[in-house]
Design a binder for this molecule. Structure first.
Ligand code: NAD
Ligand code: UDX
Length: 471
């Protein structure tokens, strides 16, 4: 069969860009992206899309109203589709069994039940969300309980590997597309139908076909291994600071080994984003459920190291500022979890700033893309009015790095936005406006420390020791 009509349930960071690109690359396929969140759908239908992603506007504006539609009519879109992506959120559970670790599958289940209830024709249902290994089995059970001789369901796993900030490039030119299916005649036919969608623009040899469970586990495995590299290099950054080795040099030297490769070896103040921590904890929980405690402990250490790195950076800042930041002004440059996105989920900035507030510092924040309201929400405890007031007392959201640094005792670079590089920002001007001594903490290995020391800054870079190479 050939897919002619796609519905995507979930118009978020994954569903939106992924299915917009399918519409862009496959003019013969009608793509409808649905969500229960009216405001999000309205934004997708407006001039200001709900997420910032380089290249996304061009794709959406080119196809919207032609073969790409955004609507809250979930049932209508399910009814007319022959293939449905389930791309809903799977956050870490906040309460109940597995709280703080297991993935909350309530949204996946409710979307699956909706498909089961509404479908009057056969469908291919594609698990796009990141889920624990064997979730497809639960989806299948729900769908099969509702199948009839006229309406049957095939389930596929097609995890998404895009990274935020580069989503459109990643989707246009993916390293691989992974499609898992039950190894039955019907399962393989469904798998081929989805391969055919992707081969509109992805070379066939980059489409990997596997069984369902390998596909589900590969997604968790890839994220766990990527995050593990960052925790490894961050662990080394602590050794570098203590010894005078330079973490950039160590990464370069290790990364030149073709067996290791050079990517994802950049030391930082800690990884953030909606995926890494959630997916590793998901893997930890799965391992525990499978009675594999050593495996669980192994992966958990990646998250523990990440927390350590954030706390270590905060401790370094406080100790350098003469062991107190009470009433001092700290300028935080960057609030997003990485550059080129307005997403703040699990951003290291949140942990850092909460710690600064606990120490009674005044925090001035500048980020080029994050909405102000998002910053207030991230720093407050949900539903607790007083914490919001407390946050408002301690923070100031600024329109430029210069405003943030005015009168500050320290500037802290948390997100690696290009505009914070020393060739793009007037650090001379920043320095002039600051209290002296003017401290600068680079949590992203972004600036040329020697150059900024010449201006007069006291510079501290993660994974580097001021005396490196000289003593
Ligand atoms: P998101 O929160 O941005 O979007 C999910 C959307 O699903 C929300 O808008 C929500 O309103 C909607 N939704 C939930 N239940 C629904 C239902 N029953 N019917 C209709 N809409 C419903 O989440 P996201 O970042 O797009 O992530 C989605 C999935 O993709 C997650 O499992 C995530 O782990 C995975 N993933 C995310 C990324 C990433 O970079 N964000 C990358 C790869 C994979
Ligand atoms: C990640 C995976 O890369 C992607 O394949 C998956 O689909 C979703 O999760 P994302 O979280 O969007 O993507 O961004 P990513 O580029 O992986 O960065 C995650 C975090 O790690 C960011 O905070 C980033 O700054 C940090 N990072 C990344 C480092 O600290 N050092 C590095 O070398 C790379």
């Amino acid at each position: 069969m050939s897919v002619k009509n796609i519905c995507c349930i979930g118009a978020g960071y994954v569903g939106g860009p992924t299915c917009a690109v399918i519409a862009y690359k496959c003019h013969d396929i009608k793509v409808t992206i649905v969500d229960l969140n009216q405001a999000r759908i309205d934004a997708w239908n407006s001039d200001k899309l709900p997420i910032y992603e380089p290249g996304l506007e061009e794709v959406v504006f080119d196809r919207r109203g032609k073969n790409l539609f955004f609507t809250t009519d979930v049932d209508g879109a399910i009814s007319e589709a022959d293939l449905i992506f389930v791309s809903v959120n799977t956050p870490t559970k906040k309460s109940g069994m597995g709280a703080g670790m297991a993935a909350d599958l309530a949204y996946v289940e409710s979307a699956t039940r909706r498909i089961a209830e509404v479908s009057k024709t056969s469908k291919i249902v594609v698990e796009k969300s990141t889920v624990p290994c064997r979730t497809a089995q639960s989806m299948r059970t729900i769908l099969e309980a509702n199948s009839t001789p006229e309406v049957s369901f095939q389930i596929l796993s097609n995890p998404e590997f895009l990274a935020e900030g580069t989503a459109i490039d990643d989707l246009f030119n993916p390293d691989r597309v992974l499609i898992g299916a039950l190894q039955t005649e019907e399962g393989i036919a469904a798998q081929n139908a989805l391969v055919e969608v992707y081969t509109h623009w992805v070379p066939r040899e980059r489409c990997i076909t596997t069984n369902l469970w390998s596909s589900e586990l590969s997604k968790l495995a890839a994220n766990a291994m990527l995050a593990q590299r960052i925790s490894s290099v961050n662990a080394l950054s602590a050794i570098c600071e203590a010894t005078g080795a330079d973490v950039d040099e160590v990464s370069r030297a290790c990364g030149r080994d073709t067996r290791l490769g050079s990517k994802f070896l950049k030391a930082s103040v800690g990884f953030g984003g909606s995926c890494f921590q959630k997916d590793i904890l998901n893997l930890v929980y799965l391992s525990e459920q499978l009675n594999l405690p050593e495996v669980a402990a192994y992966w958990k250490q990646v998250v523990i190291m990440n927390e350590y790195q954030k706390k270590r950076f905060v401790r370094k800042i406080i100790s350098t500022l003469f062991n107190t930041i009470t009433n001092k002004k700290i300028a935080v440059l960057g609030f997003a979890f990485k550059k080129d996105t307005g997403d703040t989920r699990e951003s290291a900035a949140i942990t850092l700033i909460k710690d600064f507030i606990q120490e009674h510092a005044r925090v001035a924040i500048y980020d080029p893309k994050v909405e102000h309201e998002q910053i207030y929400m991230d720093l407050s405890e949900p539903g607790v009015v007083d914490t919001r007031k407390e946050v408002e007392k301690h923070i100031q959201i600024c329109a430029s790095p210069y405003e943030a640094a005015e009168g500050a005792d320290a500037v802290v670079i948390v997100t690696e936005w290009d505009e914070f590089k020393d060739e793009n920002l007037d650090y001379e001007k920043i320095y002039q406006g600051m209290n002296k001594p003017a401290f600068l903490f680079d949590g992203r290995l972004l600036i040329n420390a020697a150059k900024l020391r010449q201006i007069g800054f006291k510079v501290n870079v993660i994974g580097k020791n001021e005396l490196a190479g000289t003593a």
